[in-house]
Design a protein around this ligand. Structure first.
Ligand SMILES: [Zn+2]
Length: 262
């Protein structure tokens, strides 16, 4: 049984046993990095209560993480945002302004600023991370071709400010760990093929746990999950499994239609 909260907890425990220190993305941007560390990143696309449950497990396991919230009702829950921050985790903004503003850069920048301000009224925010919006023709990161987030006291954006020549990126996109093959935007161009070649491509969470036990992973890791996928085993777990299989087929068609790797 994969993509259960029990399995996620097992992964966190294994990381700890293997000597990985847990740092937030803000800490990564600030430098002073431990020899061996993992950034547990969570994109709160929907179902924020799942994120709260994962955050509590992480706290109880002595780890910390970064949670990126979207400025939409299905993600934005002010009580939960505050609660997760109070557990010692980092909160960031999971922006999609260029998509919601249909490619209008000026409008998108205003929208970004407004949402960032609202989030900062709740908790400190130092980093941001784009929401992939696979069905949108717009890549929200493109806003930074015109504007500079550093002027807004933002330290980093995982897709833009991470040194992936040193860090392995794993994501549960598509409810599998090798879903970058069907992902429209959640993948790291230029590195994915190299990682495949050295055997850093995994399908199940157990595959990652096994690689950790055998000490086959590099010292720097970023592991991204979407907590809405991770449920205690039961009906929610079954419905997420079915939904994601349908979505993967649709995404595969989008990637094929575009015939380019973005
Ligand atoms: Zn997202």
């Amino acid at each position: 049984m994969d993509f259960t909260r029990e399995k996620y907890d097992h992964l966190v425990l294994q990381l700890r046993n293997c000597g990985y220190e847990f740092i937030t993305y803000r800490q990564y941007c600030e430098g002073h990095l431990p020899q061996r560390f993992v950034i547990l990143r969570h994109d709160v696309d929907l179902k924020p209560s799942n994120s709260r449950a994962v955050a509590l497990d992480e706290k109880n396991l002595g780890s910390k993480a970064v949670y990126y919230f979207r400025a939409v009702p299905e993600s934005w829950d002010e009580k939960i945002i505050r609660e997760i921050a109070a557990m010692g985790h980092e909160i960031g903004y999971h922006y999609e302004s260029l998509t919601t503003c249909k490619g209008d850069i000026q409008k998108a920048y205003n929208d970004f600023n407004m949402n960032l301000k609202r989030l900062r009224e709740l908790v400190p925010v130092s980093t941001i991370c784009m929401h992939g919006s696979p069905r949108s023709p717009y890549d929200s990161k493109d806003i930074w071709k015109t504007y500079n987030y550093e002027e807004l006291d933002i330290l980093g954006e995982p897709y833009l400010t991470t040194d992936f020549s040193k860090m392995l990126y794993l994501t549960d996109t598509g409810r599998r760990w090798d879903g970058y093959k069907v992902s429209v935007r959640d993948k790291i161009e230029g590195y994915q093929e190299q990682w495949d070649k050295v055997g850093w491509s995994f399908h199940s969470t157990d595959d990652i746990i096994r690689a950790l036990k055998e000490d086959r992973l590099p010292d720097q890791l970023m592991i991204t999950t979407h907590p809405q996928r991770w449920n205690r085993f039961g009906m929610k777990w079954v419905s997420e499994l079915i939904m994601q299989n349908v979505k993967n087929i649709v995404k595969g068609l989008i990637v094929k239609t575009r015939n380019r790797h973005d």
